[in-house]
Structures are given as C-alpha cells and as structure tokens.
Design a protein. Structure first.
Length: 73
C-alpha cells in the first residue's frame, strides 16, 4: 500500500469475504456497494478462492483491462 502511495497509484481493494456464495446470495446489496466503491480507483485488486487455490485479480479501471494471476495456495 505504501509503495502504491509513493507511485501515486490510486488502488482499491476487494475483500474476498464479500464475494462468498452466501454473501452474494443473501447480501447482494453489500456486494454491489463494495464493487462500486472499488471502481472509484484507477486499479482494483482482489482475490478469490476457487476452493482449491487462490486467484489474484487485478483490474486497471482507467484502461479497461484486467488480468488473473493463478497459483496462490
């Protein structure tokens, strides 16, 4: 986070807990608000667990591109 500040990168983070199946199903408004808040940044970083490993997601909002980084266990 400190490096992002030094580089003047506006980074938003998505909490992995907000994207669990239970939260998405029963608290969809919370999920929508978290996404809206994150989209106010130049970059969005998040992770989710596919039940076998973690996947890192990086989205560059100002360039409309994103990517996945696999292999986090």
């Amino acid at each position: 986070m400190k490096l992002a500040e030094e580089m003047k990168c506006n980074v938003g983070f998505l909490d992995p807990q907000i994207f669990s199946a239970t939260v998405v199903q029963f608290k969809s408004n919370d999920v929508i608000q978290a996404i809206k808040k994150a989209m106010n940044h130049d970059y969005v970083v998040g992770a989710f667990n596919t039940s076998s490993h973690w996947v890192l997601v990086i989205i560059a909002m100002k360039w409309n591109v994103g990517g996945l980084v696999f292999g986090f266990f």
